[in-house]
Design a protein around this ligand. Sequence first.
Ligand code: DC
Length: 235
Amino acid sequence: MLKCKQVHEGEVNIMQIAIDGPAGAGKSTLARKIAEKLGILYIDTGAMYRALTWKALNDKVNLKDKKILRELADNTSITLTYDGVLKTYCDGHEVTEVIRSPEVSRWVPVIAADEGVRQVMVSKQQQIARETSVVMDGRDIGLCVLPDADFKFYLTASLEERARRRAKEMVIQGYRVDFEEVKDEIRGRDQSDSQREVGALKVLPDSIIIDTSDLNADEVVDKVLSIIAEKGNAV
Ligand code: DC
């Protein structure tokens, strides 16, 4: 049995799994598969930052104005749904595909580095995790969003391998791809994700580190599930 958390009135078994790591490490594929196997909710927190970035670009807001960014975060409804496929909605518009565009990828680190935006996002994410078992992936999940998570995984892979995966994804989505540009973009995001002042990506003392460079998606899932089962049997 995994540890119980106090939720509302009674003792309810809520499982919280945090998956952090740099872009392209395979977090979302792992999180989606784990959620399916365990029958729990998957929250792609990167999609939330991306959806807000999409709206900010669409509304042509000044990305340097912290007050406007905070208001934007406060007044934007972002919904993630799953019925066989994951979908992201921003103020009722489906934005699942468009939030993966190179333009959104380019600007999302600016939005994600804003303290006011992060406060709003973290609070929304914590609200969801209070009500139901979740697997969440992002950068600050183990550190800020779910500091008491039952499991904190830190997924990583070499820059070369992460860029290769990202380029492959973009080709499938129909974008023309320059591998060196993709690598530079990921390198830039690594830097901004790990060096910003709030919610920076970090390996935590209780992180379980998994290097996925030489593993396929199913091997990573099997590894993570066996770690979860092992701890479940031990408690
Ligand atoms: O995982 P992703 O590439 O879709 O994330 C998009 C951006 O959002 C990336 O620059 C990191 C940022 N992000 C974040 O700062 N905190 C999170 N919890 C999730 C994503």
